[in-house]
Design a protein. Structure first.
Length: 202
């Protein structure tokens, strides 16, 4: 649907990333194939977390390797511990996964700027892109070497440019931080108002 809308409005080069999350590796791989058939360009993949307490670093790395090896689209890792039972990929795991030819980057909603800096220092953005997963982290992420942010707030303010300069002093940083926070609150209220609709039984 998103691809059809973009094409109908003359945005044939509009990049679409489809989120993929399921209870097992097989179903996530199936989702990547469905995303490809629907016209997506990338997939954003979360690790299954039903038995999160039983997964060690090797298991998590193997999951992403298997998905990436079978996905028809480039894979972006979604590192969001708060929604997967605390599973948090460390910089060693991310650096290992970045070597896979079909893994293109990571969305880091873990808020660990030190980790972001370590990963970003190892790879050029065209090989493995390191992105913040929250608007409030954007400025800090850019300073650490990240290349941007994947944020829900951008859906409400898609054409608002807040960060323009490559060098930011502390007063500017605080200004940007306050702007991001106010927009994040707006987005949070919007999501909250939609929750009864998304959870309504048919």
């Amino acid at each position: 649907m998103t691809r059809k809308i973009a094409d109908a409005n003359g945005r044939t080069n509009f990049t679409i990333t489809q989120g993929c999350w399921a209870g097992c590796t097989r179903d996530v791989i199936d989702q990547t194939k469905a995303a490809c058939e629907s016209g997506a360009d990338y997939v954003l993949v979360l690790v299954p977390a039903v038995f999160h307490w039983a997964q060690d670093a090797a298991t998590i790395v193997d999951f992403f390797v298997e998905v990436a090896s079978n996905s028809p689209l480039p894979v972006m890792i979604y590192n969001c511990p708060v929604i997967v039972g605390g599973i948090d990929l460390n910089s060693d795991m991310l650096e290992k996964l970045a070597l896979h030819p079909n893994i293109s980057g990571v969305k880091m909603t873990c808020a660990n700027i030190g980790k972001m800096g370590r990963v970003a220092a190892q790879f050029s953005p065209d090989h493995f892109a390191t992105l913040a997963g929250s608007s409030d982290l954007l400025v800090s992420a850019l300073i650490a070497g990240g290349v941007g942010c994947i944020t829900g707030v951008a859906n409400l303010f898609p054409k608002v440019r807040i960060f323009k300069q490559s060098k930011v002093d502390r007063p500017q940083w605080l200004t940007y931080s306050r702007r991001f926070w106010s927009r994040s609150l707006t987005f949070a209220k919007t999501k909250s108002s939609m929750r009864p609709l998304s959870c309504k039984r048919s």
